[in-house]
Ligand binder design. Structure first.
Ligand code: DQA
Length: 151
């Protein structure tokens, strides 16, 4: 069975009340529920985790690697700052897809830089909670051996 760990970084536990004009009304629990139902339909074993701590996010990536799972990651602010996270993705060799609720490229300049994008298979941003569903589908597609250019 395909295994995917969905890893969430800092402040995503505040979704629902956090800057709703940018991030919308869905809570992280709402996102998890919808992702689980999509994962069930795709026959994917889903692990869903959130942390506010950089080192813990690194550990989560390492644990996904040890479990042979793919990584769907919304690293939140650590996307833009964390060399340690980038090294964890590169060092474990996990297949990872970077996701964001908001279109980071339409926001402040510091959000245009992702330190993890170069070590991820691809990036999906700007679709709200649907970014998670699209990312899950894309990652499953890759893990099941389809080349990125195949339909
Ligand atoms: C985010 C975008 C990041 O720039 C920001 O720091 C977040 C959330 C998103 O999902 O849109 O915390 O990753």
């Amino acid at each position: 069975m395909t295994a995917i760990h969905c890893l969430n970084g800092p402040n995503l536990n505040l979704l629902g009340t956090r800057e709703p004009g940018i991030y919308g009304a869905a809570t992280l629990a709402d996102i998890e529920r919808d992702l689980r139902s999509r994962a069930d339909r795709l026959d994917i074993a889903l692990t869903f985790r959130q942390t506010n701590h950089e080192g813990e996010l690194v550990t989560f990536v390492q644990e996904a690697g040890a479990a042979g799972a793919g990584v769907l990651i919304n690293a939140a602010a650590y996307t833009h700052t964390s060399v340690a996270l980038r090294d964890a993705i590169a060092g474990t060799g996990v297949t990872a897809v970077e996701i964001h609720l908001s279109n980071v490229h339409a926001r402040e300049a510091f959000r245009h830089v992702s330190l993890i994008a170069p070590v991820c298979a691809g990036v999906i941003a700007g679709f709200g909670p649907y970014s998670y569903l699209a990312g899950l589908e894309a990652l499953a597609h890759l893990l099941r051996g389809r080349s990125p250019s195949a339909p």
